[in-house]
Structure formats: structure tokens, C-alpha cells
Design a protein around this ligand. Structure first.
Ligand SMILES: [Zn+2]
Ligand SMILES: [Zn+2]
Length: 173
């Protein structure tokens, strides 16, 4: 769904979409959409002199990414209101993709308007937590054998301890 600036000059455009997994490329092979993304809201012209477009609404989706500690899938649900502002790419902005515009995120558009899927992708990526864990108390992987410690203790720590006892025993002997 494309919001053209000429269309928005006439009136705001409402959207209510359900986007299946795979339709939006999240640009990171570790980040997947599981299930349908639902988004509802509207696009409108904020300032006709600046051709500034605001897209706001509510977005719900279940994202899955790799757990930072154990690399197993980590669910990252997003269920949130959003508001993003877009200005046309113009001289002086350079390649900067996002600048801080206070409350709302500011981006830039080319080609006379904004593509809804691009807006939704941007908001989902902004919403993902910095630390992505399969669960808050994920024990991660053993640095020695690579076993997922959530599935049980590996032998590494035990064996290290055993070695120490063995060393002691050999001293005694
Ligand atoms: Zn984990
Ligand atoms: Zn181990």
C-alpha cells in the first residue's frame, strides 16, 4: 500500500491490513515474522509546505529472533501504538536515514510518497529490544562444549572440578 503525497494533499488515507509472514523483508536473516502482522491507522499530511507525512496507528505482530545467549528462537511480541514522520529526501539531509524529532521517529522518503510496508518494517525493528532472550533466565551455551545449558548441565564444570581433585590426590600420594 503506497501513500502518495498528492493523494494525502486531498485527504488522510486510512489503512487496516493483515500482512502474512514473508511479505516484509526485515533485512536481517535472524529476524523473522511468525504469524500475521496486523496494522491499523492512517497516513496524513502534517505540513504541506514541507510535504511531511505522518503515519500513525497500532501494530501487532509476533517476531522471532535468535536468543543472544543460546541462539535458540526468542519470541519478541510487538503490540504497540506507533507514529512515524517522513520528509522528502532533500539537499542538506545527506544519507542520514533517521533523525530524532522528539516523540516521533523521523525518516525520509523518495518517489513521491511512503510505502506502508517500509513504515511497518521500520517500526518493528525500532521496537525490538536491545537484548533478545528466549527467556529472562536463559543460561546460555557452555563456552567449552557449546551445549545449551537450558537443557541440562554439561560435564565440563564437573570434569574441571574432578581434575582438581585428581591433582590433590596425586599430591597426597
Ligand atoms: Zn536463550
Ligand atoms: Zn560444556
Amino acid at each position: 500500500m503506497f501513500f502518495h503525497i498528492r493523494e494525502l494533499e486531498v485527504r488522510p488515507v486510512a489503512f487496516d491490513v493483515q500482512i502474512p509472514s514473508g511479505a516484509i523483508d526485515f533485512l536481517d536473516p535472524k529476524i523473522h515474522q511468525s504469524g500475521v502482522l496486523r496494522a491499523k491507522g492512517r497516513a496524513e499530511l502534517v505540513s504541506s509546505s514541507l510535504d511531511e507525512i505522518r503515519v500513525k496507528g497500532h501494530l501487532t505482530v509476533e517476531m522471532v529472533t535468535d536468543c543472544d545467549r543460546c541462539l535458540e528462537p526468542a519470541a519478541c511480541p510487538v503490540d504497540s501504538d506507533f507514529e512515524l514522520l517522513y520528509r522528502p529526501v532533500a539537499d542538506g539531509y545527506g544519507d542520514e536515514k533517521a533523525i530524532d524529532a522528539g516523540e516521533a521517529e523521523m525518516g525520509f522518503y523518495e518517489g513521491g510518497g511512503v510505502e506502508l510496508n517500509d513504515v511497518l518494517r521500520e517500526f518493528v525493528l525500532l521496537s525490538l529490544p536491545m537484548q533478545r532472550l528466549c527467556r529472562a533466565d536463559c543460561k546460555g551455551m557452555c563456552p567449552v562444549c557449546g551445549k545449551n545449558r537450558n537443557l541440562g548441565e554439561c560435564r565440563c564444570q564437573l570434569e574441571t572440578a574432578d581434575d582438581r581433585w585428581a591433582a590433590l590426590k596425586s599430591i597426597r600420594n
